[in-house]
Design a protein around this ligand. Sequence first.
Ligand code: ZN
Length: 66
Amino acid sequence: MPKAYCPECDAIVGVQDPKVGHLFTCPECGVELEVISTDPFDVYFPYNEDWDEGEDQEAGRDDDGR
Ligand SMILES: [Zn+2]
């Protein structure tokens, strides 16, 4: 099972048969995480509309969160 470090608490988290966009919860801290890459396997916080990082979202809203 691929493993990565939780960006919140640095616990090792693993996902069976991961797919990019897969959402899961860190078993250590309970934060919601998303698989952002499978090769290499990496996870990060899922995209959150509350985060405003100044990107122009008018045209390219990428909403493939399935
Ligand atoms: Zn965690």
